[in-house]
Structure formats: structure tokens, C-alpha cells
Design a protein around this ligand. Structure first.
Ligand code: NAP
Ligand code: GCO
Length: 266
């Protein structure tokens, strides 16, 4: 095997959901640098316009689609448009996701359902939409963006942990059901990454002190730092490429060592 060629994505079409900014944007950039043609989506025109400008600033020719990943009709239409404009999707990164940090006994059923709808039901919907094309093509890569909360719980994130735990098992089930078609389905479990989603956990306190959670995470991470979206660029190229053709049903934790570490002694 030519190892450099095995990491190339030349000629591949990649859909990264929720890639207007944050982790999705960085992963889309990585896949493009490896040669893939990028399609991405988000829900609103304002974020779309800003994202297209940001991608253009990096010299990237990407296609953006307004699509709510929880809406099966919108997803079906988006996939059909991508297949018409770019070709059958070779690589799907189910990245779109939200979190609600509310004590469970104060969380409404509607709030719980909304998180599960976006973080778990949507990866099912989008994967279901792209798998037929992958079967016809004889190969495919599905990468689900899981979380530390696929393995651990903590206060206020019950819906998110339930969804991300379910996403781990959906990943393993897709791997089990579609491996026979040369489709590999794996997960990436980012640790604590500095994006808009975690900004509230890093806010400087009114007295100018470090956010307690910020200090907590630094102490729980052997790397003694928050991750950056760029830390996920290499892992996503690996799982999207032929280099990982015999990796299936695996959750690759990119967490600086959090899951291996009891935490720094106070
Ligand atoms: P983020 O900054 O909040 O970005 C989330 C993205 O998802 C945005 O582009 C958002 O776009 C999109 N999105 C949300 N709901 C959507 C929907 N219904 N349909 C289409 N797009 C939707 O989050 P992030 O930190 O980059 O996280 C990205 C993924 O990594 C998520 O699945 C998250 O759970 C996971 N993750 C994050 C961390 C972390 O520490 N940051 C760690 C582990 C896992 P619009 O709002 O414009 O639609
Ligand atoms: C939280 C954080 C985490 C991260 C990530 C960790 O409130 O605990 O948002 O959930 O987003 O999922 O892997």
C-alpha cells in the first residue's frame, strides 16, 4: 500500500453536517486539504453567508445547503441536490449537534426531545439518506461525532449524554449492518474543544477570574489544555480515507487523555 495515497481523498465527495463554524468547519477544511469536494449545511442564511465567506477566505470551493438535519424531507432534498451537483456522497460526517445544560429535574420533555432529535435522530436520518448511494458505489465512510458524554455523565447534560451514548451504539450498528458493502462507520469523540458550544464553560468571571469549569477541565486533561477544532483535522482525514478501511465500529477519542486520567491531585 502506498501510505500517502491511502490518506488521499482526491475524487471523493464529502458532506459535513453543521459545518458553518466550530468543529465541523475545521473537519471540512481538513477533508478539502486531503482532496475531497466539500458539501456542508446549516439552518439559517446568516450563518451560511458567513460560512461561505470564511471558506472562500481559505481558498476553498465548497457547496452550502440550508437544511435542518432533523427534517427528513429537507435531508432527502439536500442529498439529491448534492448527488446532482457533485456526485454520490462518499464520506458523511454527522457533526451537527446542540447541547442544553439544564438540571434533569428542571428540563422539559420538549427540551430533552430537541437535543435527542438533533444529536441522535438526525445522524440516523442523514445516514439513511446517503447509504443507498454508498451501496451502489461499493464503498462509503460514515463518521459520527460523539463525545466524552458517550462514555461519561455529568450534571445538567442528561439529554446530551443520552443522545451521544446512543450515537456510539448507532455507530456500532451501522458498522455491523453495512460493513458487508464496504461501508465503514466510526465515531470521533472530541474532548473539551474551544468552540461556541463550550464558550459558556470558559467565560472569564465578573471578577476577572478563570471560570471554575475551565480550571476543572484543565486539571482533568493530561494535555493540560482545551482542545482546538484543528486537533480533529488529522483524525477525520484518517477515518475518511482508505487508510482506515479495516477500522469499523470504533470510537476514536480525541481528548488529550481525559478518559485515561483520574485528574490532577488538588
Ligand atoms: P457548535 O459550535 O455549536 O456548532 C454546531 C453546528 O451544528 C453549527 O454549525 C450549527 O449550525 C449546526 N446545527 C445545529 N443544529 C442543527 C440542525 N438541526 N440542522 C443543521 N445544522 C445544525 O458546536 P461544536 O462545538 O462545533 O460541535 C460540533 C459537534 O461536535 C456537535 O455534535 C457536538 O456535540 C460535538 N462535540 C463538541 C465538543 C466540544 O467540546 N465543542 C466536544 C465533543 C463533541 P446552525 O446553528 O447555523 O444551524
Ligand atoms: C459539557 C460540554 C461537553 C462537550 C463535549 C465533551 O457541557 O460538558 O459541552 O459536553 O461539549 O461533548 O466531549
Amino acid at each position: 500500500m502506498n501510505i500517502q495515497k491511502s490518506f488521499s481523498l482526491e475524487g471523493k465527495v464529502a458532506l459535513v453536517t453543521g459545518a458553518a463554524y466550530g468543529i465541523g468547519f475545521a473537519m471540512a477544511e481538513a477533508l478539502a486539504q486531503a482532496g475531497a469536494q466539500i458539501a456542508f449545511n446549516c439552518r439559517g442564511q446568516e450563518h451560511m453567508d458567513k460560512a461561505l465567506a470564511a471558506y472562500a477566505e481559505k481558498g476553498m470551493d465548497v457547496k452550502g445547503y440550508i437544511c435542518d438535519v432533523t427534517d427528513e424531507a429537507q435531508v432527502t432534498q439536500m442529498v439529491a441536490e448534492i448527488e446532482k451537483e457533485l456526485g454520490v456522497i462518499d464520506i458523511l460526517v454527522n457533526n451537527a449537534g446542540i447541547i442544553k445544560r439544564i438540571p434533569m429535574h428542571e428540563m422539559s420533555a420538549a427540551e430533552f426531545r430537541q437535543v435527542v432529535d438533533i444529536d441522535l435522530n438526525a445522524p440516523f436520518i442523514v445516514s439513511k439518506a446517503v447509504i443507498p448511494g454508498m451501496i451502489k458505489k461499493g464503498h462509503g465512510k460514515i463518521i459520527n461525532i460523539c463525545s466524552m458524554m458517550s462514555e461519561l455523565g455529568r450534571e445538567t447534560v442528561s439529554a446530551y449524554a443520552a443522545a451521544k451514548g446512543g450515537l456510539k451504539m448507532l455507530t456500532r450498528n451501522i458498522a455491523s449492518e453495512y460493513g458487508q458493502y464496504n461501508i465503514q462507520c466510526n465515531g470521533i469523540g472530541p474532548g473539551y474543544i474551544a468552540t461556541p458550544q463550550t464558550a459558556p464553560l470558559r467565560e472569564v468571571q465578573p471578577d476577572g477570574s478563570q471560570h471554575p469549569f475551565d480550571k476543572f477541565i484543565i486539571g482533568k486533561t493530561p494535555a493540560a489544555r482545551w482542545g482546538n477544532p484543528e486537533d480533529l483535522m488529522g483524525p477525520v482525514v484518517f477515518l475518511a480515507s482508505e487508510a482506515s478501511d479495516f477500522v469499523n465500529g470504533h470510537i476514536l477519542y480525541v481528548d488529550g487523555g481525559i478518559l485515561a486520567y483520574i485528574g490532577k491531585q488538588p
